[in-house]
Design a protein around this ligand. Sequence first.
Ligand SMILES: CC(=O)N[C@H]1[C@@H](OP(=O)(O)OP(=O)(O)OC[C@H]2O[C@@H](n3ccc(=O)[nH]c3=O)[C@H](O)[C@@H]2O)O[C@H](CO)[C@@H](O)[C@@H]1O
Length: 364
Amino acid sequence: MKKRTILLTGGGTAGHVSLNQAILPELQKLGFNVEYIGSKDGIESELIPETFPEVPYHAISSGKLRRYFSMKNFSDPFRVGAGLLQALSIIRKTKPEAIFSKGGFVSVPVAMAGKMLGVPVIIHESDVTPGLANKIAMPFANHIFTVFKETLKHVPAEKSTCTGSVIRSELMEGSAEIGKELCHFESDLPVLMIMGGSQGSAVVNEAIRSNLPALMEAYNVIHLCGKGNLDASLENLPNYCQFEYVTTELPHLLHMTDFVVSRAGSNSIFEFLALKKPMLLIPLSRQKSRGDQILNAQLFKQQGFAHVIEEEDLTPENFLSEMQKLHLDEDLLVENMTMAEPPKTSSEMAKLVIAHSKARYIKK
Ligand SMILES: CC(=O)N[C@H]1[C@@H](OP(=O)(O)OP(=O)(O)OC[C@H]2O[C@@H](n3ccc(=O)[nH]c3=O)[C@H](O)[C@@H]2O)O[C@H](CO)[C@@H](O)[C@@H]1O
């Protein structure tokens, strides 16, 4: 019997791909054929074929939907239109039971095409306030899942459920020993991981590198600095290890980490919470975003999971004093995180997706 198909979509940044990476193998275990619709050159076009070479990857045209003026605002609607035609053709061929959309601009024409062809569309929103792509796609959705319960105020309540976070299972299974081999640290100092989101952050990189001598006295530093941001002059330092972007290494690096400094993208911060890593968050500012990371970070601070410093308040001097405060608060932060609601497993999330698809029964 031919396997039933689930179509996944989402991309642009890893934050719009990582949940798809988590549930994809679980959907396969449940007996479904999984196919992916992504953009031609977004991060998903690398991550999905690399991790799941057996999964058909359909690249479609996508255009950015901007809230500001750009000459591309005139050409991008045509790209979105082309993406819609391509998505319609892929959906007609694959006849999916459901489309699961993790957001990002590429997902908008896919959700629209799903609605036009009567395929259930399920959207996932991981930030407190919905991103522009998800906002546009919401009318086409049959159901919306949110990570934060506060998000339910910003989405149509009658077709939305808060599921909490979902963590890729491999992140829970790292080995600190392998992490140590990857970094070649020579001392036993505590390990500080820096993550500037999936793309790296110039502001976070500057805060770290301008304080490197002081930081290296207190920590072994793992710096995930983003594509194109390696600094050749910092190679071969004994307590500093920089990577552009890590994939299979991440679980091991996380397991050897004692403290984290990070942007406040939803996926990252829930991963640190699940692994109980005391974190100092530097959310993306309102000048550069809709302020979603500020809200994510504030909710984590209110629950006692994180310390937060806003980008505008960050100076080389107060960064070091914030690190000292984080260190002093370590036990309390870990205690609070231990009491947090555990994340959903990828398998539970995959079953929720199926529960909202045409296929309402699952192979036992
Ligand atoms: C600039 C921007 O638009 N940022 C948004 C984007 O962030 P971004 O793409 O940075 O998303 P998140 O922080 O949510 O997730 C990043 C993901 O990348 C992974 N990772 C990161 C670095 C690395 O080297 N290897 C690796 O695997 C993390 O483990 C995590 O799973 O999506 C988030 C979720 O919608 C939003 O909250 C952010 O505001």
